[in-house]
Design a protein around this ligand. Structure first.
Ligand SMILES: *Cc1c(COP(=O)(O)O)cnc(C)c1O
Length: 428
């Protein structure tokens, strides 16, 4: 049954029935929730910083203990040796993004990784030098594109091409992305788009866009910050060249934490790919012989540079254990249902307060609903926060609601509706 076929009810008892039947309900207990006025919050910002899993502490403590007791010997003789600690993350992450384990590694942070991947996959020449992205891409990506272009001596105003939304529409049309790719043709060097847009929550048709970009002879990469752990990804089957994502949003691995990369297998074990290199990318068998020549790992690990920040990788590994247990399929099933319920609640409240809001997220969506609040401003946001609803505010007056399926409950959605209604009616 489709989540949208359910006859939802805007009542506490109905929400509780949904919770009782939720196969993931036990996972809510696996996370720490902040409190406002001694009450556990309703947390809608898992798209910004996921909650802390309770099991994470132990993973970090293990490393602190090994460091305390083994010091340098921990590199090789701890329970989970540090020198190849990052390799433990590849297999579970590969499942989350639909890749082979050897196409995955974890290192650095997201924008840094995209820059490093552009070293390999953005190599402009006289003819082919343009970059295609979505208009109003995440700011860090915009700064990255502009600085990369200037680094190559190019003018961003000319070489950076943005796909626009149509007048009066809140989302991008796939046909517009594809026709822009075709129009640019052999001047197009790179397509790099956020797989899920951070502002409106739209899931781009990554398979079709990848195919169109490849057909035009360009490299195609994806910024999966809002996609990983949220939507179905099949990077390998789609034939994407590369991708990167952060781990602190839906992946729950802690503020500013390490980023994952995917590099398509056709680029592995090749010496002709330009890359910024360091000792953690050279073959592990000979890494400590300290030889002067770089021999790349035959996996995405060739892109590694420095020795791995294991204290940061530990929370990522803890989180991946949860994703491994639950699986993306179950996460997506609950996501569809809980987002549909939230949408229903919003429509119900909207009727009661004489139509104030508009959901600007298109049907191609993951966990997030972006809601335009007509005639409401920051005071409503402040009201929600004081009432224990953690939401995110974007100018001019959009709130983003992302009920992360691992820890949000259907009762949260119902309670949110009640608080929102009281907030809107507070002045009347
Ligand atoms: C969150 C986010 C980032 C953040 O980049 P960092 O390098 O991790 O600070 C980048 N791109 C997109 C699309 C994001 O949503």
């Amino acid at each position: 049954m489709n989540a949208t076929d359910i006859n939802f009810e805007n009542s506490l008892s109905f929400a509780r029935q949904l919770d009782a039947a939720d196969p993931l309900r036990a996972y809510r207990e696996e996370f720490y929730f902040p409190k406002v006025q001694d009450k556990q919050v309703i947390y809608f910002t898992g798209n910004s910083l996921g909650l802390q899993p309770k099991r994470t502490q132990q993973f970090v403590d293990d490393i602190m203990q090994d460091w305390r007791e083994l010091a340098v010997e921990g590199h090789f003789y701890s329970n989970k040796p540090w020198w190849d600690y990052h390799e433990r993350l590849a297999q579970p992450l590969a499942k989350v993004v639909g890749a082979q384990a050897r196409e995955i590694t974890v290192m650095n942070t997201l924008t840094v990784n995209l820059h490093l991947l552009m070293v390999s996959f953005y190599r402009p020449d006289q003819k082919r030098y343009k970059i295609l992205c979505e208009e109003k891409a995440f700011p860090s990506d915009q700064y990255m594109f502009q600085s990369q272009l200037r680094f190559h001596g190019l003018d961003p105003d000319e070489a950076l091409v943005e796909v626009k939304k149509r007048e009066g529409e809140h989302y991008w049309r796939t046909e517009d992305v594809i026709s822009k790719i075709e129009e640019l043709g052999d001047s197009l060097a790179l397509v790099l788009i956020g797989g899920v847009n951070y502002y409106n929550g739209q899931v781009f048709e990554m398979e079709a866009i990848t195919a169109a970009g490849k057909k035009a002879g360009a490299f195609v990469g994806w910024d999966l910050a809002h996609a990983v752990g949220n939507v179905d990804l099949r990077l390998h089957d789609w034939g994407a060249d590369f991708a990167s994502w952060c781990s602190y949003k839906y992946m729950n691995s802690g503020p500013g934490n390490a980023s994952g990369i995917y590099v398509n297998e056709q680029y592995l074990d090749r010496k002709d790919i330009p890359r910024f290199e360091g000792w953690w990318g050279t073959k592990k068998e000979s890494r400590f012989l300290m030889k002067p020549t770089f021999e790349p790992m035959a996996t995405a690990d060739a892109w590694q540079i420095s020795n791995a920040p294991v204290l940061a990788l530990a929370p990522y590994l803890a989180s991946l254990e949860i994703f491994e247990e639950v699986g993306m399929k179950a996460i997506i099933e609950k996501r569809n249902k809980i987002v549909a319920y939230l949408e229903y609640i919003l429509h119900e409240i909207d009727k009661q307060v004489a139509s104030r809001f508009e959901i600007i997220t298109p049907e191609a969506r993951g966990c997030q609903l972006s809601v335009f609040l007509h005639g409401e401003g920051r005071p409503l946001f402040d009201y929600l926060m004081k009432a224990g609803v953690i939401v995110d505010w974007r100018e001019p007056n959009v709130i983003r609601l992302a009920p992360a399926p691992l820890y949000c409950s259907y009762e949260d959605m119902f309670q949110f509706g009640q608080i929102l209604k009281a907030g809107i009616e507070r002045n009347s």
